[in-house]
Design a protein around this ligand. Structure first.
Ligand code: CP
Ligand code: NVA
Length: 311
């Protein structure tokens, strides 16, 4: 098992399934109000350079529920902001903390932090990947449908960090993924090239959202303007307007299609309120499951990995 949780592709199928199986157990205990505290006296450091509601709150609450605690380390409040290197910061905070979750635009920064830290580093979203989100979403699909192998997911919209992690997950967990993205907004080329090397996987990138949803079990979307892209808002709203998840699009899918969105949503842009609050939407349950799946990530990285075990 890897020390860090940076990308879905860093884990094999069995390891990814181990996270999901533990999340199921953790949620069952949570629902029955049974205490589960394998991380007593452990501390999670949380570095958030970009805003977050779900990731930040669910990691902090998750760590508390596991018996440990979490501290926020805003980059502007620590000496990183005054030129201390990431490498030195990684070495020092490894002496105080047991794990770090970081949300920062540059994936490279997260890789450097992980390389120099002795403790697990968890990617809380970079411009390239959002692995906690997608593994949690697969847990949600298993919970709702009973399985995810062979399922057909239609991702509609921007080929962004969330789309990249969906592609990685389809490679490892063997489901069908159709991404409908406008020309010029397809997922990362390197990620697609990696996908292309695995002939047996069924990952397609097309342009027409109606074609993508016709046979889908899940319709998934994300914002059209990700963090750091605000200057492109006007252009993006124009390009993506045919990719809105609205009742016309949902009517073309199976009757029992499930609607997912990683959130935050911009109602009236990538998704209408009618669909978001409609009977096929599992979006709020999906958000809750971040808590349970991330508790599984914390527990596994901190207790099942020999290097990070403490008696
Ligand atoms: N989906 C997600 O990561 O939400 P936050 O940006 O609120 O953390
Ligand atoms: N693609 C979005 C995801 C937010 C959770 C962003 O990067 O802003």
């Amino acid at each position: 098992m890897q020390k860090d949780f940076l990308r879905i592709l860093d884990f094999n199928t069995e390891e990814l399934e181990e996270f999901i199986l533990l999340a199921i157990e953790i949620k069952e205990k949570f629902v029955k109000k049974i205490f589960h505290k394998p991380l007593v006296d452990r501390t999670l450091g949380m570095i958030f350079d970009n805003p977050s509601t779900r990731t930040r709150i669910s990691f902090e609450v998750g760590m508390l529920q596991l018996g440990g605690h979490a501290i926020s380390l805003n980059s502007n409040d620590i000496q990183l902001s005054r030129g201390e290197t990431i490498q030195d910061t990684a070495r020092i905070i490894s002496r105080f903390l047991d794990a770090i979750v970081i949300r920062t635009p540059s994936h490279e920064v997260v890789e450097i932090l992980a390389k120099h830290a002795d403790i697990p580093v968890i990617n809380g979203l970079t411009e390239r990947f959002h692995p906690c989100q997608i593994l949690s979403d697969i847990f949600t699909i298993k919970e709702k449908k009973g399985y995810y192998k062979g399922i057909h997911i239609a991702y509609i919209g921007d080929g962004n960090n969330v789309a990249n992690s969906w592609i990685s997950a389809a490679l490892r967990l063997k489901f069908h993924l159709t991404l409908a993205c406008p020309e010029g907004f397809r997922p990362n080329r390197e990620v697609l090239e990696t996908a292309g090397k695995y002939a047996e996987t069924e990952i397609q990138v097309i342009e027409n959202p109606y074609d993508a949803v016709s046979d889908a079990d899940i319709i998934y979307t994300d914002v059209w303007v990700s963090m750091g892209q605000d200057s492109e808002t006007k252009k993006r709203k124009e390009v993506f307007s045919p990719y809105q998840i609205n009742s016309n699009l949902v009517e073309k899918a199976k009757k029992d299609v499930l609607i997912m969105h990683c959130l935050p949503a911009h109602r009236g842009e990538e998704i209408t309120s009618q669909v978001m609050d409609g009977k096929n939407s599992i979006i709020i349950d999906q958000a809750e499951n971040r808590l349970h799946l991330q508790k599984a990530i914390l527990e596994i990285l901190l207790t099942r990995n020999e290097k990070n075990k403490k008696e």
